[in-house]
Design a protein around this ligand. Structure first.
Ligand code: GDP
Length: 307
């Protein structure tokens, strides 16, 4: 928690503390409630969720006779945790599938990482490999971003660091065939997980659709995907939502990774994107380093916000 608090960007820390300060005012008049609303909207929470939260807070503060700082903090914490969502399954499916009675061979869990270039896909894939290996899992990486040679190199470097083999193809080669080969290799080696890094060139939506759709279809010849993780750069705010929508049309996203929460990001985007897609934020990126990927836990996140 201390680390999370230290890592979250200043703008987010001030969000929580600012709300607490506003709530602690002697007179909670109309202007103050408006300021609370503005603070949340400025933090990317989105208008509808903000209004719902403020409505609930108002009612509860009214019902609550005394308003000690402890009471207000507890109230705000509870409402923010509720807003971020306690009812979503944030676990990552990373367990291999054992051989089935009907003759189907054992196969690894397959996780595909998608998102626009520059959001932190490759870094996230590398960090995730590291977490899994540290947890005792064996991993194969698939460098299906064949358009940027540097991306495959970058992934391979991560792989070498954590002890995971990287399957890659020729530069400009077919991403779907690399992804297929990576899973094939994972099955042959009997590893627990295959992580597939994909390309995210967004200039033409149809291009992306065709390519990602094909990668997915080809990989699924080995069996259904276990996770499709959409990586979003938290600093892009509402733009990230537009991207999220495009990807959600192409693939069935099972979880969101929100990166760069250590940057100038505003934490409210967690709420907005979950509402938009109906999919939980499962992981957060808190820096460029190998240890800077954490599971997303609403209680901890809110505690880090309100200090
Ligand atoms: P990709 O094009 O989506 O694969 O993006 P990369 O993985 O190459 O990342 C783009 C840049 O963002 C790199 O400089 C990463 O080090 C950086 N990056 C990725 N995740 C984070 C994060 O959580 N915090 C910060 N500050 N930088 C990050």
């Amino acid at each position: 928690l201390v680390r999370l608090r230290a890592r979250l960007s200043r703008s987010q820390n001030t969000l929580g503390k600012g709300l607490l300060a506003l709530l602690s005012r002697e007179h909670l008049d109309e202007d103050t409630w408006e300021e609370i609303e503005d603070t949340l909207i400025t933090a990317d929470v989105g208008v509808a969720p903000t209004q719902e939260l403020v409505e609930r807070l108002r009612t509860r503060v009214k019902v609550l006779g005394t308003r000690t700082p402890e009471e207000l903090r507890a109230l705000l914490r509870e409402e923010l945790v509720e807003l971020v969502g306690t009812d979503m399954d944030r676990s990552l499916r990373t367990a291999a599938h054992p051989a089935a009675g009907d003759g189907a061979a054992a196969r690894p869990a397959v996780l595909m990482v998608v998102g626009v270039n520059g959001t932190g896909k490759t870094t996230t894939t590398g960090k995730l490999a590291r977490v899994l290996v540290a947890d005792g899992r064996s991993v194969v990486l698939g460098a299906a971003d064949t358009f940027r040679a540097a991306a495959a190199d970058q992934l391979q470097t991560w792989g070498e660091r954590v002890g995971a083999r990287t399957v890659r193809g020729p530069e400009g080669g077919d991403p779907a065939s690399v992804a297929f080969d990576a899973v094939k290799e994972g099955i042959a080696e009997g590893v627990d997980c295959v992580l597939i890094d994909t390309a995210g060139r967004l200039h033409t939506k149809t291009g992306l659709m065709d390519e990602l759709g094909k990668v997915k279809r080809v990989v699924e010849k080995h069996g259904p995907l276990d996770e499709v993780l959409l990586v979003l750069d938290a600093t892009t705010g509402q733009n990230g939502l537009v991207q999220a929508r495009v990807f959600a049309e192409v693939v069935n996203i099972t979880g969101i990774v929100l990166t760069k929460l250590d940057g100038s990001a505003k934490g409210g985007i967690v709420v907005a994107v979950q509402r938009e897609l109906g999919v939980p934020v499962k992981l957060i990126g808190l820096g460029e380093g190998a240890d800077d990927l954490a599971p997303f836990e609403p209680g901890q996140f809110v505690d880090a916000l309100i200090g």
